[in-house]
Design a protein around this ligand. Structure first.
Ligand code: ADP
Length: 301
C-alpha cells in the first residue's frame, strides 16, 4: 500500500515507529509535513500540492495532527478524504475529540461515565457551578489546554473561586470538574484500535502532583484493567467515531470515568510500558480496512 502520514516531526518516536512497522510490512510510506501542504480547494478534481508537485494518490492517510495546528491540519485531511483516500481517523472524529466540551457532551449522551463537569459563561454563577460539581476541592481546566498545562486543583473554596474568576477575567473558557481524589494521582491510558483495547498502562504523577501526565514528570507501567474499564474505553472511542484513540480513565468511587479521548495517542509511553507492538497493530488495522472511497464523510461535516 501507499501510505501518507501527516506529521510535522519525522523524528518523534511515534512517527518513527509507524514508518518502521509500515515498511517492515512491505508498504510505502511518506511523511508529509502538514503545514507545507497547499491545495486548490475549488478545483473539481481535488488535488494536493507539496513543494511544487502534485502528490500521488495514496491508499491511506495516517493523520498525526498536533493540537496547535488542528484547524489547518483538519482542512488538509478533509482534502485527502475528498480525494477518496482512507483516513486512519476521520477529520470529523478528530474535530470532535479536539473540543473537550463537545466530546464530554457526546460521551454523556451515550451514558459513558464522566466526572461531574460544569461549564458556564457568566461569572455571576461561579458559586452555583462550584456547588454543582460537589464543592472544593475541585478541578478547573482550560478548554484549550493539553499535556496537563491548564489543569488546576482548586483546593479550597476561596482558591477555586478566585481561580475561576481570574480565568473568566482573562476571557478563557474553562470547565469545572469534580475532583476524583480517590484516583490518587493515577490515571489509566487505554489504547483502542478498531473498537478493542489493545494495550493499557497506568500513569502516576510525580510526588505532590495530582496530574499524571508523562509530560509533567509522571511515570508509566503496564496495568491489567477490568472488563468495565475495557468496555468504557472502547465505547468512548466509538462514540467519537475514532478508529484509533488513547482513552484516559480515572478510577472513581462511582466506577471508571473518562477524562479525555486523544485522537493521536503517543506510542512511546505505552509501547515501553507494555512491551507491545502498538505501531504494528495500527498498521495491521489499516491494512484490513483501508479501501479507496471508504471514508464515511468524504470531507463533509
Ligand atoms: P490534558 O488534556 O491537559 O492532559 P487532562 O484533563 O487529561 O488534561 O488532565 C491532566 C491530568 O490531571 C490527568 O491525567 C489526571 O491525572 C489529572 N486530572 C484531570 N482531571 C481530574 C479530575 N477531575 N480529578 C482528578 N484528577 C484529574
Amino acid at each position: 500500500m501507499k501510505i501518507a502520514m501527516l506529521a510535522r516531526n519525522p523524528n518523534l518516536y511515534s512517527h518513527r515507529r509507524l514508518v518502521e512497522e509500515a515498511e517492515a510490512r512491505g508498504h510505502e510510506i511518506q511523511i508529509i509535513n502538514t503545514l507545507r501542504v497547499y491545495m486548490n480547494i475549488t478545483s473539481h478534481r481535488p488535488e494536493i500540492r507539496y513543494g511544487g508537485d502534485i502528490l500521488p494518490k495514496f491508499d491511506a492517510v495516517i493523520p498525526r495532527i498536533g493540537a496547535s495546528i488542528t484547524f489547518y491540519g483538519l482542512a488538509v485531511l478533509r482534502q485527502f478524504e475528498m480525494m477518496g483516500v482512507w483516513p486512519l481517523n476521520e477529520s470529523v472524529a478528530i474535530g470532535r475529540s479536539r473540543d473537550k466540551l463537545r466530546s464530554l457532551q457526546l460521551l454523556s449522551r451515550e451514558g459513558v461515565g464522566l466526572p461531574v463537569t460544569g461549564f458556564a459563561h457568566n461569572a455571576h454563577d461561579t458559586e452555583d457551578i462550584m456547588e454543582m460539581v460537589g464543592g472544593a476541592p475541585l478541578v478547573i481546566k482550560l478548554l484549550e489546554g493539553t499535556q496537563g498545562i491548564g489543569v488546576i486543583l482548586g483546593e479550597t473554596r476561596s482558591a477555586a473561586k478566585s481561580t475561576i474568576e481570574a480565568f473568566r477575567g482573562a476571557k478563557q473558557n474553562i470547565l469545572v470538574q469534580e475532583f476524583i481524589k480517590e484516583a490518587k494521582g493515577v490515571d489509566i491510558r487505554c489504547l483502542v484500535i478498531g473498537g478493542k483495547v489493545v494495550g493499557a498502562m497506568m500513569r502516576k504523577g510525580a510526588a505532590d502532583e495530582f496530574r499524571s501526565n508523562l509530560h509533567r514528570g509522571g511515570r508509566a507501567e503496564a496495568i491489567k484493567i477490568t472488563s468495565e474499564e475495557r468496555s468504557t474505553a472502547a465505547r468512548a472511542a466509538k462514540c467519537l467515531g475514532l478508529n484509533v484513540a488513547g482513552v484516559d480513565i480515572l478510577r472513581s468511587n462511582h466506577g471508571p470515568v473518562i477524562m479525555e479521548v486523544n485522537s493521536s495517542p503517543g506510542l512511546e509511553g505505552i509501547e515501553k510500558a507494555t512491551d507491545l507492538n502498538i505501531a504494528g497493530k495500527t498498521i495491521e488495522f489499516l491494512e484490513k480496512h483501508a479501501k479507496p472511497n471508504k471514508t464515511k464523510t468524504r470531507g463533509k461535516g
